[in-house]
Design a protein around this ligand. Structure first.
Ligand code: 2M8
Length: 508
């Protein structure tokens, strides 16, 4: 059922959901989150994703905070129980057995010394959205005051170092050459699994010998074409196998693995989250001193904001990922190109990206059912209406862009995305993603993060004040294929890559 929001003109006007629709949406979103609640954590969806996913948990927490600050904080606390000794927050926490594949027996994280005790996890990570969620929860709690405020402030004090360790992990183990771009080792780490962002890189991966597998995901969707192909899945599992063979040591993987990409969206989120962590530290008087967490966070924010801004293609106005195995920029019209909106730092670019995002290549494209951020531009040759992360709309991406616009003082644009996003969700299916041309719901139903976004959009909170971010650093090394080759050659063997015939350590 799609009842409202018919697009009537190219100005991106959408009908606002009625009061009854808003009431129903809020109730049903709350119901979905309650039904997906397993006590201390929330499953990403009831059947397709019956575990806790890292960046899903961040969005879920900020949605839950609109109804219960303590429960929202517990979600984040639960996620931190899976943090590795390296600081990494793993992309899945497996709290109980299920038919999800690949499960813990495939990840074999027992080969990694840094794995946590007491909970099984995957061995890779996802975008660092968590502190963005936490700062929003704190904002909410302060508005409510009393016990909620006390709890939230205490939670920030208690977990500040854990978040800093997470961000520091990304800034060191995942950016050893200080390029200002976070290195990812698997498309799953980008959150946009089979985005065309990674096509060129995946085309060079040759799947080697690995245990046979049977996919479980296809049983949970209406049509297999909504999910990645078998060939793509084999590639994903091969990279997983390479991580196991590297015993989840990032330096070993860098030297032996087939997929090493500088991810511009992850980098922008890291920059934004690091600034917010520093803000919270300052406000609460924690992480002080010249070598304290606040200063460290500001330095991380500066480095990655600079890295994101210099990745921008001046012709398209979009940020680009970097193939760190070859030192080449990847030009793809995916929503990740709007990374600079998320981290700020260049007001002229923010305005250019705002216009681009709302314009005819993106949200204002005439074929879109709802003027909501698509995962790939409908004007791009890579656009596929129905295929996973190749065109459909993920409500969380739309939320992120609305959040970023709001933070940059672009309230009107942010509100357009918010209203369009709400109109898209009035059917109350809370799908994993949406067919951008027909508006059809795709993938999983009752997806937790979609319900959470609805709650946050309905609460329509504004940040206390606009916080302009302009600080950059001039200290990053150059990135060109020649410089990249020189960097690799200058490093000790453990971080030198890529090796084509890795020596595989024995796996217990
Ligand atoms: C999707 O990813 C998982 C693997 O992590 C999958 O396809 O099995 C992605 O959309 C990812 O971004 C998301 O966090 C996850 C759970 O919602 O599903």
């Amino acid at each position: 059922m799609q009842t409202t929001g018919e697009r009537t003109d190219p100005q991106m006007t959408v009908a606002q959901p009625s009061a009854v629709e808003i009431g129903l949406m809020a109730g049903r979103a709350g119901y979905v989150l309650r039904a997906n609640d397993r006590g201390a954590f929330t499953v990403a969806s009831p059947t397709l994703y019956p575990h806790m996913w890292s960046w899903d948990a961040g969005f879920v927490a900020l949605g839950i905070a609109t109804v219960s600050v303590p429960r929202a904080l517990n979600e984040l606390r639960s996620l931190l129980s899976g943090q590795w000794a390296t600081g990494m927050i793993p992309h899945i926490l497996f709290h109980s057995p299920s038919d999800y594949f690949p499960g813990p027996e495939r990840w074999r994280t027992q080969v990694a010394a840094a794995r946590p005790a007491g909970v099984l996890t995957s061995g890779i990570c996802q975008p660092p959205i968590h502190v963005i969620a936490l700062s929003r929860i704190l904002h909410d709690a302060r508005r409510k005051g009393g016990a909620d405020q006390e709890l939230a402030e205490e939670f920030v004090r208690e977990t500040f170092d854990s978040w800093l360790a997470w961000h520091s992990y990304l800034a060191t183990a995942r950016d050893p050459y200080s390029y200002g771009l976070v290195e990812i080792h698997h498309g799953w780490e980008s959150g946009m699994d089979d985005s065309p962002r990674w096509d060129a890189a995946y085309a060079n991966v040759r799947v080697g010998d690995m245990p046979p597998f049977v996919r479980a995901d296809l049983a949970h969707v209406a049509d297999p074409s909504q999910r990645p192909t078998d060939a793509e899945y084999a590639t994903y599992l091969w990279l997983l196998e390479q991580k196991v063979h590297a015993r989840y040591d990032d330096a070993v993987y860098r030297a032996t693995g087939d997929f090493v990409m500088g991810d511009v969206l992850v980098s922008a989120l890291l920059a934004a989250a690091s600034d917010l962590l520093a803000d919270m530290g300052e406000e609460l008087g924690i992480g002080g001193g010249a070598s304290g967490g606040v200063e460290q966070s500001r330095a991380i924010a500066r480095r990655f904001r600079t890295g994101v801004l210099r990745s921008v293609n001046p012709e398209t106005g979009l940020a680009r990922d970097l193939d760190l195995r070859t030192g080449t920029w990847l030009d793809v019209e995916s929503a990740a190109g709007f990374a600079p909106l998320l981290c700020g730092g260049d007001d002229a670019l923010t305005r250019r990206q705002r216009d681009l995002l709302l314009g005819p290549r993106w949200c204002g494209h005439s074929r879109l059912r709802w003027p909501v951020v698509p995962s790939v531009s409908p004007a791009s040759p890579a656009f596929r209406e129905q295929t996973y992360w190749r065109g459909p709309q993920w409500p969380v991406l739309n939320w992120l862009m609305a959040w970023a616009l709001n933070r940059s003082g672009e309230q009107e644009a942010a509100n357009q995305l918010r209203l369009a996003g709400l109109s898209q969700l009035v059917d109350c299916d809370f799908a994993e993603y949406y067919q951008p041309v027909t508006g059809e719901t795709l993938g999983s139903r009752d997806q937790s993060w979609t319900a959470a976004i609805a709650l946050d959009f309905l609460a329509a909170r504004r940040p206390a004040q606009r916080r302009p971010v302009r600080w950059l650093t001039s200290e990053l090394p150059r990135i060109t294929p020649t410089q990249r080759a020189a960097d690799l050659a200058a490093r000790p063997p453990r971080t030198r890559g890529p090796a084509t015939t890795p020596e595989m350590p024995r796996i217990p």
